[in-house]
Design a protein around this ligand. Structure first.
Ligand code: RIB
Ligand code: CA
Length: 347
């Protein structure tokens, strides 16, 4: 069933790959793209979203500029990771026009009051928090939130304990998770525990270029800087493409497994941005045997109803089949090297 979705993002290299994937998937209709201050300033992210839409010939999709700074903390970009232009220093030509006469939060409020939409959140949660503060009714109408962010057992990428999207605006993340709990909603947290296993390697990129030279070359153009960053920072050959996994999971829940829990986000001090996931060993036992996320009623320490689904395991081969077939426009069955190139890693 084709679902309406709003993609809230901070493009950003992996956000751009996520947008390309979302545009290719029949499972979703993108009602709009909202941009938030994150990897790059909101104005740059808005321009980059339009660059990606122009490349994909989809400028029919509206892009709305959102919050330009976090709720309370100083804004901290990630241009060191994404390049001076936020797109791997590919310096794609600017797209003139296609400006909207309202901001992201106003768009979210308007569309959610009229239509049923889910939100795939790929950046800091500032826009969503502002929506909750200004129009809680519209926020409550969000069909579902799938968020790339946070971490459970995996170390942070902005501090020993915090992932960038939640570290950049911990007050927003804390507010959104708290609101979800009060509304009886469960945010799917596609965090570093699963995204760190999604590494676009040189071999996978070479395969992309063989399968679809034009798209492969574009992906190479915007990820070159990201490959260098990962080598310098993590001595990794390849790059972690976090955001496309959230899109793939939205479309096919079998790509990840996890458990339900009550999650809070620390907002201050040395652990700011840390996701504090309340589960007990019992809630983990059901992870095996393909019980997936639906079966578990997390038994937790605080006795609070779950407000999140914490994804901890990913089928890497399945993800790359979805990713490649989507953005390269290939049948999954034709992707004969995916298994060898992903090492059949499940975990
Ligand atoms: O920590 C990774 C996340 O932060 C990704 O969404 C990346 O694009 C940045 O927004
Ligand atoms: Ca992002």
């Amino acid at each position: 069933m084709r679902r309406k979705v709003i993609i809230d993002c901070d493009p950003g290299i992996d956000d751009s790959l996520a947008l390309m994937l979302a545009l290719s998937m029949d499972e979703m209709e993108i009602a709009g793209i909202t941009v938030v201050c994150g990897n790059c300033p909101t104005s740059m992210g808005t321009a980059n979203a339009k660059k990606v839409l122009a490349y994909m010939n989809r400028l029919d999709i509206p892009v709305f500029a959102g919050e330009e700074r976090p709720l309370k903390r100083e804004y901290a970009d990630a241009l060191d990771t994404h390049g001076r232009d936020g797109l791997g220093e590919s310096f794609l030509s600017e797209v003139q026009g296609y400006d909207q006469d309202m901001g992201a939060v106003e768009f979210l409020s308007e569309i959610l009051r009229k239509e049923t939409c889910a939100v795939i959140a790929l950046g800091p949660m500032t826009n969503l928090a502002r929506l909750y503060m200004t129009d809680p009714e519209a926020f409550g109408r969000i069909e579902e939130i799938v968020s790339m962010g946070g971490n459970f057992n995996s170390r942070g990428n902005c501090s020993p304990v915090a992932e960038y999207n939640y570290w950049a605006d911990p007050d927003a993340a804390a507010m959104v998770y708290k609101a979800a709990g009060e509304l009886g909603k469960e945010i799917s947290m596609v965090g570093l525990d699963v995204t760190r296993k999604i590494v676009l390697t040189p071999d996978l990129l070479a395969y992309m270029k063989r399968l679809n030279p034009e798209i492969g070359a574009f992906v190479e153009k915007i990820t070159g800087f990201y490959f260098d960053f990962h080598w310098q920072q993590e001595h990794l050959i390849g790059c972690v493409i976090n955001d496309p996994l959230a899109v793939a999971y939205f479309a096919d829940r079998s790509v990840c497994r996890g458990f339900r829990a009550y999650t809070q986000v620390e907002t201050a001090g040395v652990c700011a941005g840390q996701t504090v996931v309340d589960f007990t060993p019992e809630s983990r036992e059901g992870l095996g045997g393909g019980q997936g996320t639906a079966a578990l009623a997390a038994v937790n320490f605080y006795g609070k109803k779950a407000n999140s689904v914490i994804l901890t395991d990913v089928d890497r081969e399945k993800f790359f089949r979805i990713f490649f077939s989507g953005i390269l426009d290939k049948d999954e069955e034709s992707l004969d090297l995916i298994s060898a190139l992903t090492g059949g890693i499940k975990g």
